[in-house]
Design a protein around this ligand. Structure first.
Ligand SMILES: Nc1ncnc2c1ncn2[C@@H]1O[C@H](COP(=O)(O)OP(=O)(O)OP(=O)(O)O)[C@@H](O)[C@H]1O
Ligand SMILES: [Mg+2]
Length: 542
């Protein structure tokens, strides 16, 4: 039924003459595809476009159980278009030359080159209406330089993770509003799924095979990819998960707007980071640890030498004096670890880069030991760790393989725990991320709570009177605790001022923070007077 409808619309579409012009896609009047069949008994909750006019999504819900589904609706090629597509694909592969210089946007490069080639061959391939060519080019771009079948999902800014658990199983997505939901996409046979995994791994510039079935990699755009290839370790067939990277990373202002931090809490971290406090972010899977770490690291004084160490590149800092080190998997066979560069190796080598602050994406093993050694020798440090609370984190830190002496635990000054919580706002119950507590470590098993989240009021309650960090900073810089709290209040106002003016991209926020580091008094006076602040210290990092 739905197929008939789709065919009908396409036939109508073919009668419409449209100029083939890749750059002006948005202006082309292709009506959106007819809605995909909604599963029986499900009701549409929301619809939105993913890539006009080719791909749309409908979120549907089964009223009795409340179950949601993600129904992807993408314009498909009819048999004639499919045969031309197969021929043009071969021509494109043979004729598109590699770019002579480095290109920033491969999709755009492909689209421009493909258009030239299609213009050259379209007559010899038989007459097709422009709209068909337009669809063919969309599918060619999607399959050759895009992410293939899952390309539309990669375009959905509401999706955090995409996961495929095996053959003939629905692909799942983690949607910001509906959490983990099933999609109507699935890979129908091993070959299709294996090819998809190989394509993704190759896009990340890595290798996967039955001999090396496990790959962690970073896709173009910094999306984190984890693959288990074929049925070597995953009996249901190839499995992969993509943690989508936001092109525009969350800044501290975004996290305040989302309620994950309060202005006061962010101002406190800002002051502590200026005074070289070491910070650890705790939380479960996808709690928002890396995001919080990145936003906090943006508060570090510009000019500080920062070395980041990660398994896959996820951090994005505005600092110019930044070295990013990424671990490398082994390419040796059997139990051999030939060519492997571990986090442990990187933390060790990072010391030779003379960092002011060492940021380890996630500590799991022996690298934690070296990180604490670095803290003991006066370096600043930040990291995340997978743990539900501070007690379990300390237990893991002090046992093998991390094996950190309890005497070293207070070298980590501040530990914040972040959690995904469900809150009712208005009529809706939704998942939010909250920093549920901020603890300062006085000694092994002696913690002072600097902030606590109040779940029913959804507010953060500070306890500066007990703050050890403020006492230590006060001794170090010779300012009273009262003066430090006044400074936190001033920074709170700067953050509030940025929120009010919608200064939120991590680079813009970093520029204002850099200004405040350079000229605190003048900037504060301008902010209080409600004047504009011209940020000169704009970062040059991509
Ligand atoms: N405070 C927040 N509010 C809303 N969404 C968030 C927040 N923090 C992170 N996210 C989103 O949640 C997802 C997971 O975030 P992140 O990668 O930071 O989690 P993580 O705890 O580091 O996960 P993992 O354990 O897999 O490393 C991302 O898509 C991110 O954009
Ligand atoms: Mg993470």
């Amino acid at each position: 039924m739905a197929r008939l409808k789709l065919k009908e619309t396409l036939t109508k579409l073919k009668r419409v003459r449209i100029k083939l012009n890749i750059k002006k896609k948005q202006q082309i009047a292709i009506p959106p595809p007819p809605p995909k069949p909604i599963p029986r008994g499900f009701k549409v909750v929301e619809k939105y476009p993913l890539y006009e006019p080719f791909a749309h999504v409908a979120i549907v819900q089964y009223p009795k159980t409340g179950e949601y589904k993600y129904i992807l609706d993408e314009l498909q090629l009819d048999p004639l278009e499919r045969s031309v597509y197969n021929r043009i694909l071969e021509i494109l592969l043979a004729e598109i030359e590699s770019p002579k210089e480095e290109i920033l946007d491969p999709r755009r490069f492909f689209a421009e080159e493909a258009k030239k080639i299609v213009d050259k061959y379209r007559i010899s391939l038989g007459w097709l209406p422009d709209v068909s060519w337009y669809k063919i080019l969309y599918h060619a771009e999607r399959d050759l330089v895009g992410f293939g079948k899952i390309d539309p999902l990669m375009r959905d800014p509401n999706i955090e993770d995409i996961s495929c658990d095996g053959v003939n199983k629905p692909v799942y997505v983690w949607h910001r509003n509906y959490e983990s939901i099933e999609t109507n996409l699935e890979f129908e046979n091993d070959e299709e799924l294996d090819n998809m995994a190989v394509k993704l791994v190759h896009m990340a510039g890595k290798h996967v095979s039955s001999a090396f079935p496990i790959v962690d990699a970073s896709l173009l755009g910094k999306h984190r990819l984890a693959v288990c290839y074929r049925r070597e370790v995953t009996p249901f067939g190839t499995a992969f998960t993509i943690r989508k990277f936001r092109e525009d990373p969350y800044s501290i202002i975004d996290l305040i707007n989302l309620g994950t931090f309060s202005e006061e809490m962010a101002a406190y971290f800002w002051l502590c980071l200026e005074n070289r406090a070491s910070i650890m972010v705790l939380g479960g899977t996808a709690a928002g640890k890396t995001t919080a770490l990145n936003a906090l690291a943006c508060l570090i004084k510009p000019g500080s030498k920062i070395v980041t160490i990660e398994e896959t590149a996820e951090l994005n800092l505005p600092h110019e004096n930044w070295v990013s080190l990424i671990a490398r998997q082994s390419y040796g066979l059997g139990g051999s670890s030939v060519g492997e560069v571990t986090l442990f190796d990187l933390v060790k080598t990072s010391m030779r880069h003379r960092p002011d602050i060492l940021v380890v994406g996630e500590v799991r093993g022996q690298e934690a030991y070296v990180l604490f050694q670095a803290l003991a020798t006066g370096h600043g440090g930040m990291c995340t760790m997978h743990a539900e609370n501070l007690d379990s984190a300390v237990k893991r830190l002090t046992s093998k393989p991390m094996d950190i002496s309890p005497a070293y635990i207070p070298l980590m000054n501040i530990v914040l725990s972040i959690q995904r919580v469900h809150l009712v706002k208005g009529a809706e119950k939704k998942a939010y991320r909250r920093v549920i507590n901020v603890n300062e470590i006085a000694d092994y098993e002696d913690y002072r709570c600097a902030f606590r989240w109040h779940p029913t009021k959804d507010v953060y309650i500070p306890a500066f009177d007990k703050s050890l960090m403020l006492s230590q900073i006060s001794e170090r810089i010779g300012a009273s605790k009262k003066k430090l709290i006044e400074e936190i209040d001033r920074r709170k106002e700067i953050l509030y001022w940025m929120r009010e003016r919608n200064i939120r991209s991590y680079k813009d926020v970093a520029a204002i923070i850099a200004e405040y580091y350079a000229r605190p008094k003048q900037i504060y006076e301008k902010v209080v007077a409600g004047e504009e602040v011209k940020a000169i210290a704009v970062s040059r990092n991509p």
